[in-house]
Write a protein that binds this ligand. Structure first.
Ligand SMILES: Cc1ncc(COP(=O)(O)OP(=O)(O)O)c(N)n1
Ligand SMILES: Cc1nc(C(=O)O)sc1CCOP(=O)(O)O
Ligand SMILES: [Mg+2]
Length: 204
């Protein structure tokens, strides 16, 4: 399986409606603290929008709703994974990406045979408080060595200017939140990400 090199992460279907039509091919819906009925509605809307645009939707955290709503890709962190029924996720034909931050977490992730592994935070992030110091680019190279051909996602503090470095150190895809959603012109920044990742798109 290949991931698009530009992995957008947003917190609403409205962001998907706004940015995916610009040519985004991989998007994660990462919603925190929303009542279940509204959450289901957001996931359903995201699924419809992505299906219409030929964009791969990845649902963060809510694997049960992803199964119910017929989604085909989820992302789980280590705590999410500890509570998840991986057999049920797999039985539903859903692909699975897992967050990792250290060697022990990488072992845990690899044990469930994920469809990708994410390593973060590569650079400092302002999105959420993290207990890990920035990993740096050499850590990405180490993950590349350890996981072989499994897709590797870099996340945390990524910007257009930092893309060259993460791909040169073994990432297959670069995940981003604030460089786009907190940019004064998110549409222009999305176009800049699409253009800047073109070199790595469709590469073997
Ligand atoms: C691509 C990607 N990588 C890492 C994360 C973080 O997942 P997690 O550790 O479960 O934290 P939350 O995002 O749920 O706060 C991610 N969402 N996506
Ligand atoms: C949600 C998330 N998870 C991370 C991890 O390291 O697991 S870093 C991160 C935040 C990414 O946002 P930004 O692109 O704004 O830094
Ligand atoms: Mg999570």
């Amino acid at each position: 399986m290949k991931l698009d090199p530009f992995y957008l992460i947003v917190d609403s279907a409205a962001w998907i409606e706004r940015l995916v039509p610009l040519g985004v091919k991989l998007v994660q819906l990462r919603i925190k603290d929303m009542p279940e009925a509204a959450l289901r509605e957001e996931i359903r809307r995201a699924r419809t929008l992505c299906a219409g645009a030929g964009c791969q939707l990845i649902v963060n955290d809510y694997w049960r709703i992803a199964i119910d709503e017929g989604c085909d890709f989820v992302h789980l962190g280590q705590e999410d994974l500890a509570d998840a029924d991986v057999k049920a996720i797999r039985a539903a034909g859903i692909k699975l990406g897992i967050s990792t931050h250290d060697e022990a977490e990488l072992d845990t992730a690899l044990a469930v045979q994920p469809d990708y592994v994410a390593l973060g935070p590569v650079y400092p992030t302002i999105l959420k408080q993290m207990k890990w110091a920035p990993q740096g680019l050499d850590r990405l190279s180490a993950w590349r060595q350890e996981i072989g051909p499994l897709p590797l996602v870099a996340i945390g503090g990524l910007t257009v200017e930092r893309l060259e470095g993460v791909f040169a150190h073994g990432a297959d895809s670069a995940a981003v939140v604030t460089d786009i959603t907190r940019n004064p012109d998110p549409e222009a920044r999305t176009r800049a990400w699409i253009a800047a990742t073109e070199r790595w798109r469709g590469r073997d």
